[in-house]
Ligand binder design. Sequence first.
Ligand code: CO
Length: 137
Amino acid sequence: MIGRINHVGVATPSIAEAVKLYRDVLGATEFTEPRTLAEFGVTVVFVTLPNAQVELLEPYGDTSVIADFLAKNPRGGQHHLCFEVEDIYAARDELVGKGATVLNEPRIGAHGTPVIFVHPRDMGGVLVELMQTPKDA
Ligand code: CO
């Protein structure tokens, strides 16, 4: 059911610091402009690599989806893995049918297509994001 890895989500207390790391230490050259997704309580920058992206997530506002994670991991860390699927509703129904806990109704994510998150307890300890493949990809 899952397709390619779209991105790896990395939570950080400071996108500016994280961008420095990926640019100056790791040598990445392609970054998106910072964008705030108020509904998720995050500001994101994507680092574009040849085969996938890294999503840098900084908390925004009082009810960030990464607030608990950063409370436990103050310096930041790997937060989720995002796989592409062809049809987010079919994927959601299939996972629910197999007993997985889907955490949200499909909603528009950072790439403009619907996403869902699946609870880590059903995913081997990894928070999994499924994202409908963009039409122009
Ligand atoms: Co993501």
